[in-house]
Write a protein that binds this ligand. Structure first.
Ligand code: NAD
Length: 384
């Protein structure tokens, strides 16, 4: 079985699905690996390093797709301007594709249907369940860890002030105040990073367990007494709040927002659009020069006036709707992703290099298309 690693062509995407370290591991398992020339450019890994790890290097993208049984990517297939064709067209009929597909998102429905029509076995890295056995494959958590860290660094760069308390001969400069809304994977990493930079950190989540974790990292938890049966659903995941409780939450957040220098918005209920927790009116009462990082932007955002894809300035406040934050920290994001991918592929072929295990719970929940049908529940529900 031949694994192909194409260069990512989505604009600003510097990550790559395999590193020389994981190429070696695939070869040890009995796979052959072919890497597109300059695929590692965005993370400063040369073709020679991939070659030394045992990969063949191919400059011809179409040939790489044609000759690979399995294509490993980071982002969903897109149109290749240079070759004037879509990456889906280049995939071999009946082949295997593993990448982030976000199949429930309406913009990706056309791709999912085309993968089905080409009999591709497509598997999505965002479908891996957050269970103990899948921890090493959990690329979503890895990318959220990167995002939590990097969003604080990006906010720090916009901020016209110090973050830590600074003592000087002319007086003491007060530390910056952070408000973290949603303390899941992104939020907890943001708390840890903001604390390390010397910020004063407040946090809010609707799940008590998430609040306890935030507290253990040194955040002061904002009091929001929501009955847990209204906040927690199946499997201990957060549940979408009724309108009445969302309004109570907005009122709870409002005074803390006014005092904040940086707000990280990362509240999400899996499979839902992001709840609006910060309205335009609330933004208008924030300090001029303060920063909102709305990382839930792909699900619509937690702030009413976030503009997807860019940093905007509204009512004196910088608001980030930047989407691909892990792509801006490509070396470690690729290292994490490539290793998650290796463990995923290793599990998928645990019965031998030629035998896909589609019965496995992890595989089943990440399977998008197979033998001409769409399997993914979320995609099917969203297409109805
Ligand atoms: P997660 O599921 O681990 O955390 C989400 C948290 O939000 C949970 O703790 C949940 O309890 C909480 N929550 C739900 N509703 C809430 C509410 N009304 N008020 C307060 N908290 C609430 O998810 P995650 O991995 O931390 O991801 C968070 C967001 O970041 C998602 O929208 C994800 O898509 C996004 N993300 C963006 C990027 C990017 O590049 N922009 C990268 C990774 C993740």
């Amino acid at each position: 079985m031949r694994i192909g690693i194409p260069k990512e062509i989505l604009s600003e995407e510097k990550r790559v699905a395999a590193t020389p370290e994981t190429v070696m591991k695939y070869i040890e398992r009995g796979f052959e690996v072919v890497v597109e020339a300059s695929a590692g450019e965005g993370i400063s890994i040369s073709d020679e390093e991939y070659r030394m790890a045992g990969a063949d290097i191919i400059a011809d993208t179409a040939r790489l797709f044609e000759e690979s049984d399995i294509i490993l990517k980071v982002k969903q297939p897109v149109f290749n301007q240079k070759l004037d064709t879509h990456e889906v067209n280049m995939l071999r009929d009946d082949g295997i594709l593993i990448t982030f597909l976000h199949p429930a998102t309406p913009e990706n429905h056309d791709i999912v249907k085309r993968l089905r029509d080409k009999n591709i076995t497509a598997l999505t890295m965002d479908g891996i369940p957050r269970i103990s056995r899948a921890q090493r494959m959990d690329a979503l958590s890895s990318m959220s860890t990167v995002t939590g860290y990097k969003s604080v660094i990006m906010a720090a760069d916009k901020l016209p002030t110090f973050i830590p308390m600074i003592g000087t001969a002319i007086g003491t400069i007060k530390p910056a105040t952070f408000l973290i809304v949603g303390t899941g994977v992104v939020g907890l990493q943001a708390i840890a990073t903001a604390k390390r930079l010397g910020g004063v950190v407040k946090a809010i989540d609707i799940r008590k367990d998430a609040c306890t974790e935030a507290e253990s990292l040194g955040a002061k938890v904002v009091d929001f007494d929501i009955p847990q049966e209204l906040a927690i659903g199946k499997g201990g995941y957060a549940k979408a709040l009724e309108k009445e409780w969302l309004e109570i939450e907005q009122r709870t957040i409002a005074p803390h927002l006014e005092g904040a220098d940086v707000v990280i918005l990362s509240a999400l209920v899996p499979g839902e659009i992001a709840p609006i927790l910060v309205t335009e009116d609330m933004v208008s009462r924030m300090k001029p020069g303060s920063v909102i990082m709305d990382v839930s932007v792909d699900q619509g955002g937690n702030c009413e006036v976030t503009e997807p894809g860019r940093f905007s300035r509204r009512l004196g406040v910088h608001i980030s709707g930047i989407q691909n934050i892990p792509g801006r920290m490509a070396v470690h994001a690729s290292w994490l992703y490539a290793n998650n991918m290796f463990h995923y592929v290793d599990n998928l072929f645990k019965n031998g290099v030629e035998t896909l295990d589609l019965e496995d719970e992890i595989v089943n929940s990440s399977l998008v298309t197979h033998r001409g049908t769409i399997h993914h529940e979320g995609a099917l529900k969203a297409m109805r």
